[in-house]
Design a protein around this ligand. Structure first.
Ligand code: ADP
Ligand code: MG
Length: 261
């Protein structure tokens, strides 16, 4: 490429904001010449650099917006420790078909069994394919809603919560909801119904949901919509958080043996 032609292409790419193409113009032009690429091959290489850089930036932006409490993947989940979790079922959920179908997932079980971990790892799987995710613990959501009510922006919050392709609502049921919160959750679940997936985690079984909500009619209306197209994963087992403690207790039960070693 002559110097002027080169500068003209550089300038055009910059003014079109094709910054990654501009960055790779030099090396790809040289590679194309050395490798005898066809014009289409060259164009393909150049445009693909831009496409993947933009995709990567988009993923990073969505990752920041998702408010995930930590980053843990499915590969970091020890399925052997939690035999009530069916690895095949979880790996199948990670194919993200549930999001394409706007289905929901409910992870139920006592504290520490990995509900949030699994929810987050499915969220991460979604984010890496370019989908949008939003994570809220129910407690944080309720705090947010009180502030929103005072600032008269509940409607805007509803829109924000309906936009992402996957909404994760963590820790439903740790404390009861008042009427306003319950109605908001009902509206949220109704608005997302068959439009956008929800992953919900809870320490309460469905028949205890009446205790979370101020009235049973509302509780069953919410459950009805949540469960219509949903996968429920019941996790029964020991808390992973207490794993080492349990082990320590077990070994301190047999001090003589431990000392003998
Ligand atoms: P829950 O939401 O059910 O209370 P978490 O998902 O927060 O439990 O899990 C508690 C901690 O233990 C987290 O740090 C999580 O990554 C870890 N954890 C739980 N279960 C497993 C598991 N089976 N394999 C690896 N880490 C786990
Ligand atoms: Mg949790």
């Amino acid at each position: 490429m002559t110097e002027t032609l080169y500068s003209r292409v550089q300038a055009a790419l910059s003014s079109l904001q094709l910054t990654t193409m501009a960055q790779h113009l030099d090396d790809l032009t040289q590679q194309a010449a050395a490798g005898n690429w066809s014009t289409l091959e060259y164009l393909d290489q150049l445009t693909q650099r831009e496409v993947s850089a933009r995709f990567e930036r988009d993923v990073q932006r969505k990752l920041r917006l998702a408010r995930l409490p930590f980053f843990k993947t499915l590969d970091q989940f020890d399925f052997a420790f939690q035999p009530s979790v069916n690895e095949r079922q979880i790996r199948d959920l990670a194919s993200l078909r549930f999001i394409a179908n706007s289905d929901n997932i409910l992870f139920l079980g006592p504290p520490g069994v990995g509900k949030t971990h699994l929810a987050v790892s499915l969220g991460l799987a979604a984010l890496t394919t370019g989908l949008s995710v939003l994570f809220y613990s129910v407690a944080d959501l309720l705090d947010q809603l009180s502030q929103d009510a005072r600032a008269d922006r509940l409607a805007r919050r509803m829109t924000t919560l309906c936009r992402p392709q996957l909404l994760i609502l963590d820790e439903m049921g740790y404390f009861p909801l008042d009427k306003r919160a319950a109605q908001f959750i009902f509206q949220l679940v109704s608005r997302r119904y068959q439009r956008g997936s929800i992953i919900l985690t809870s320490n309460k079984s469905f028949n205890e949901w009446g205790d979370i909500f101020p009235d049973h009619v509302l509780a069953s209306a919410i459950l009805d919509r949540l469960l219509h197209q949903a996968t429920t994963v019941n996790i029964r087992g020991n808390s992973f958080r207490l794993k080492d403690k349990l082990r320590a207790t077990a070994s301190s039960d047999t001090p003589a043996k431990t000392k003998e070693k």
